[in-house]
Write a protein that binds this ligand. Structure first.
Ligand SMILES: NC(=O)c1ccc[n+]([C@@H]2O[C@H](COP(=O)([O-])OP(=O)(O)OC[C@H]3O[C@@H](n4cnc5c(N)ncnc54)[C@H](OP(=O)(O)O)[C@@H]3O)[C@@H](O)[C@H]2O)c1
Length: 322
């Protein structure tokens, strides 16, 4: 089968199309014929071995100390079930599915546990749209609903509101009943407001941490704000929730707990079939929609990597796998 592989860490050019063996589903696994996938921030970070702060060491240990252990990247996908390993019950072969495999999706076929985050694709979503959801929307859902416990009436600032996670964070914070302020550059104002933000700040024109506004939550989906700046606009019991963190944030989270006042929480997102069903329900209710900026065929994956690494994407960057 065709797959995009990388055998050393480096720039987008280290990813190339190759012919490799098709994986076979082990007991309990599902084999998926991938039709659409995406390049996410996690993909370029793993390809470049570019992990923020002290995450460099655990990152390298996870992906391979000197060279990549797993040559096929790709976290999220949509396609159809092509086979089942022994004992795997569902979804039945032929069913359109989408999900979060965590690896291996930049290929014609992938395998993953059938009980993992893989669910039936609703009729109203194309494969490209379904593949645009898992990474960004699951992260936004888990961080906002579970870690921040956003409640109706709260005021939420989303930094990086037009990016891979931010674009869903705006919609999900709004769906949870919050009043949302989106922070991105001015060209994305209309998009962010249309997705449900009530206010918008162009970070190139003003610093939202200098304003008189106060937020119950500052959700930094891009790594542009630190705790000292976030505190200036947080309510006394408010929370700073950065997606990117290092040793400094770990210490600050501890200290904030002891000292009182605005809090800082660090966490990593989980991915479950149950939460994919939550996203499907939100899509069906019109509370959430996939946002796709660009679509490339799999063979142009290096261009997709370069675009996502530039950190100015507007939602998902999709790869089609014909
Ligand atoms: N902890 C976890 O479990 C977890 C889970 C998921 C992701 N992450 C991490 O979270 C990060 C988010 O990834 P992502 O894919 O959403 O990022 P992304 O798509 O690269 O973010 C790009 C967005 O950030 C905006 N932006 C750039 N500089 C900004 C600034 N100074 N102020 C405000 N907005 C700015 C850009 O807006 P303009 O184009 O308008 O400039 C663009 O909309 C990644 O680093 C990822 O590794 C962590």
């Amino acid at each position: 089968m065709k797959a995009a592989v990388y055998e050393r860490y480096g720039g987008p050019e280290v990813v190339r199309l190759a012919e490799i063996d098709r994986p076979a589903p082990a007991p309990g696994e599902v084999l998926v014929r991938v039709r659409a996938t995406s390049v996410t921030t996690a993909d370029w970070r793993m390809r470049a071995a570019a992990y923020p702060g002290i995450l460099w060491l655990p990152g390298r240990l996870m992906t391979g100390l000197t060279r990549p252990k797993n040559p096929v990247l790709g976290l999220e996908f949509a396609g159809e079930v092509a086979g089942l390993g022994e004992g795997a019950q569902a979804p039945a072969p032929g069913t359109r599915v989408f999900g979060f495999s965590g690896k291996g999706a930049h290929a014609e076929y992938l395998v993953m546990p059938a009980t993992g985050p893989v669910v039936e694709t609703p009729a109203g979503l194309s494969d490209e749209e379904a593949a645009a959801l898992p990474f960004g929307a699951l992260s936004a859902l888990v961080f906002l609903r579970d870690f921040a416990k956003v409640r109706p009436g709260q005021s939420v600032a989303v930094v990086g509101a037009s990016g891979g996670v931010g674009i869903y964070a705006v919609q999900i914070a709004r769906a949870l009943g919050a009043t949302v302020t989106g922070i991105a550059s001015g060209t994305n104002r209309d998009l962010v407001l249309e997705l449900g933000a009530e206010h918008f700040v162009d970070y190139r024109a003003e610093d939202f941490t200098d304003s008189l506004a106060r937020y119950d939550l500052v959700f930094d989906a891009v790594g542009a704000v630190d705790f000292a700046r976030a505190r200036r606009v947080l309510t006394p019991g408010g929370l700073f929730l950065p997606l990117n963190f290092g040793f400094r944030e770990m210490m600050q989270a501890l200290w904030a707990k002891i000292a009182g006042g605005p809090r800082l929480k660090i966490a990593t997102s989980g991915d479950s079939a149950a939460d994919l069903e939550v996203l499907k329900a939100m899509v069906a209710e019109g509370k959430l929609r996939p946002v796709i900026e660009r679509t490339y065929p799999l063979e142009r994956i290096a261009e997709a990597h370069a675009h996502v690494e530039a950190r100015h994407r507007k939602g998902a960057v999709i790869l089609t796998v014909p």
